[in-house]
Design a protein around this ligand. Structure first.
Ligand SMILES: *[C@@H]1O[C@H](CO)[C@@H](O)[C@H](O)[C@H]1NC(C)=O
Ligand SMILES: *[C@@H]1O[C@H](CO)[C@@H](O)[C@H](O)[C@H]1NC(C)=O
Ligand SMILES: *[C@@H]1O[C@H](CO)[C@@H](O)[C@H](O)[C@H]1NC(C)=O
Length: 318
């Protein structure tokens, strides 16, 4: 069976979902900790990520939506450390922090560490996080130190005295952290009133396929997105984990990264359609079902060679 033979018209190729991050197996588990490892769908970053993804997609925006739940969870954890009263509970709810707070925190930190450690061998990753503040009351020194040392988060003051507008400052900060690569620009302006604190994360990820596509097996083909365009397509045949979900009319295909410790899931609808229906399918239960049903199948793949970027302003979502 060749469910994805290299036909010139690959109907809309969609949602890429980082999946199955696995922490390094040799690390000892925290004794008695109920916290699942990040490779498990029960890890809190999964529910956080899918919940956020669905909220972002509600307005059916045409842009790509790329988020790193892990980076976001880490930043929320960092900020939560400076919160008090009911705000603490809100952070804990989002991150599903239980009574075993210390173990939960450690599990998140450990997950981030393991992802950072594979940098260079399985993918290249650039990430920066910062807390920008605008004429905010002085922040406690010990809090800022914890941000820096535990979470690698800088603090940047946006002051009036500096001529550069806030948005430009954020943009150049992001670019610096990405090794000078251009970053996507925020479409909506940030509301940064005096006293505001802005949490910013920037991420650049380039995965190395476990089974790479060769430059010579690349050509220009017609591709149907919202209209026909010519795009560079790369081709490869091999055995991939795949599942054809007849009920939901979508093929699910897994491409391995990081020696199978991570992967990218591609959802390929049977027909050309907008993303709305697939966006709604993306629940934890559904993803779990799909992952459980993937089966090794020999197939020929044609994928557009793509670079995706997105800038998301969460201020307008919550
Ligand atoms: C946290 O809130 C409590 C009252 O809810 C207050 O007594 C305490 O001083 C606050 N702590 C900080 C660090 O602001
Ligand atoms: C990953 O490695 C690159 C160098 O190859 C480095 O520039 C970058 O800062 C590293 N990323 C992280 C998150 O440590
Ligand atoms: C994979 O395919 C084999 C043979 O068709 C079948 O026996 C097996 O149940 C399938 N596995 C899953 C997880 O569907």
């Amino acid at each position: 069976m060749l469910p994805m033979s290299p036909v010139p018209l690959l109907s809309l190729l969609l949602l890429a979902l980082q999946s199955v991050w696995s922490s390094t197996p040799q690390e000892p588990k925290v004794q008695g900790s109920p916290q699942p490892e990040i490779s498990s769908l029960h890890h809190p970053t999964w529910s956080l990520g899918l919940q956020l993804y669905r909220s972002i997609r509600v307005d059916a925006s045409k842009t790509n939506t790329i988020i790193s739940p892990l980076l976001l969870a880490n930043s929320l954890l960092a900020l939560g450390g400076g919160a008090n009263g009911s705000t603490v509970a809100q952070f804990h709810d989002l991150l599903r922090i239980t009574k075993n707070e210390k173990a939960d925190r450690e599990a998140l930190t450990r997950a981030l560490k393991s992802v950072r450690e594979a940098n260079g061998s399985s993918y290249t990753l650039h990430s920066s996080s910062a807390l920008f503040s605008k004429q905010a009351p002085a922040l406690e020194k010990s809090f800022l130190e914890t941000l820096q040392t535990h979470f690698g988060m800088q603090h940047v003051a946006l002051e009036d005295a500096q001529k550069e507008p806030d948005m430009e400052k954020l943009q150049s900060w992001a670019k610096n952290g990405m090794d000078g690569e251009e970053t996507a620009a925020l479409e909506q302006a940030l509301e940064s009133k005096p006293g505001a604190m802005i949490l910013a994360n920037a991420l650049r990820f380039k995965g190395f396929w476990d089974r790479g596509f060769h430059l010579e097996s690349q050509d220009l083909r017609s591709f149907l997105g919202t209209k026909y365009t010519k795009v560079p397509m790369m081709h490869r045949s091999g055995v991939y984990r795949h599942y054809e979900d007849m009920e939901n009319m979508v093929q699910v295909l897994e491409l391995g990264l990081w020696e199978e410790k991570a992967s990218m899931l591609l959802l390929l609808p049977f027909h050309v359609e907008s993303l709305a229906r697939l966006d709604r399918l993306l629940t934890l239960d559904q993803v779990e079902k799909w992952l459980g049903k993937l089966n090794s199948t020999s197939m020929a793949l044609s994928l557009p060679r793509a670079k995706m970027s997105s800038a998301i302003n969460l201020q307008v979502i919550v």
